[in-house]
Write a protein that binds this ligand. Structure first.
Ligand code: PXP
Length: 239
């Protein structure tokens, strides 16, 4: 079965809506781990719109599984990562005005900057993942940069508005996962996955990890984090 990384950013989004001290994403992470999450994923944005440096500092001390930091490939964020030492960094494209991460990294277009970022992080003993669209050229470019992991962007599959389009997008993910695994990369996937659409992705054997945030936190608001995580794990297990 795939590992589940629970992204707790949206707990911080709720907190930051009022600049309050609650709800605390650190508590949410602990509850997710107790419910069986294999990893805690957080996106520290350059504008700190949801996760704060304080969250990362405490999560590094309290996460008992694996801490995966999503971040932009900038010099400032590399310093943040090296200071806090997450187990994995997932490099993502970031634009301030976007609602959420839209599209994967264009690895080929930014290969020189990415190469130096990847090197600094790996020298700091941090595993590096690149968040990319499920495309042959992106996977080959990621492989050339000597990263250990690629996370395939599942957004287009999740947003598909017909069965035909969904099947086509799923096939792209399957093919991309096969190629990445063949090249020796570990394969993760995420973005937009929900209780309704997770199962076909959970069945792809080459994918070893799913990172899921919005749907789990949204359900947790209504039924609690424990049940929200367990229900997702059950769907993955029985897929
Ligand atoms: N993986 C990556 C690389 C992401 O940027 C995000 C969104 O922060 C996710 C997974 C989780 O996406 P969602 O919140 O839609 O489940």
């Amino acid at each position: 079965m795939q590992r589940l990384g629970v992204n707790v950013d949206h707990v911080a989004t709720l907190r930051q809506a009022r600049r309050a001290g609650y709800p605390d994403p650190v508590t949410a992470a602990a509850l997710a781990e107790l419910a069986g999450a294999d990893q805690i994923t957080v996106h520290v944005r350059e504008d700190r719109r949801h996760m704060q440096d304080r969250d990362l500092l405490i999560l590094r001390q309290t996460v008992r599984t694996v801490l995966n930091l999503e971040m932009a490939a900038t010099a400032d964020m590399v310093q943040v990562a090296l200071a806090h030492g997450p187990d994995t960094v997932t490099l993502v494209p970031e634009r301030r005005e976007e609602l959420t991460t839209e599209g994967g990294l264009d690895v080929g277009a930014h290969k020189d900057a990415l190469r130096s970022t990847v090197r600094q992080l790996r020298d700091g003993d941090i595993e590096v993942s690149l968040f990319i669209d499920p495309e042959v050229e992106q996977i080959r470019a990621a492989h050339r940069l000597d990263v250990q992991v690629v996370e395939l962007h599942t957004g287009r599959y999740c947003d598909a508005d017909s069965d035909r389009q969904r099947t086509r997008e799923l096939t792209r993910i399957v093919d991309a996962a096969k190629l990445a695994a063949h090249l020796g990369l570990r394969v993760a996937a995420g973005h937009g996955l929900s209780y309704e659409n997770v199962r076909p992705v959970a069945r792809i054997p080459e994918i070893t990890e799913l990172n899921i945030g919005h749907s789990i936190v949204a359900r947790a608001v209504l039924v609690g984090m424990d049940r929200a995580v367990r229900e997702m794990l059950e769907l993955m297990r029985t897929a």
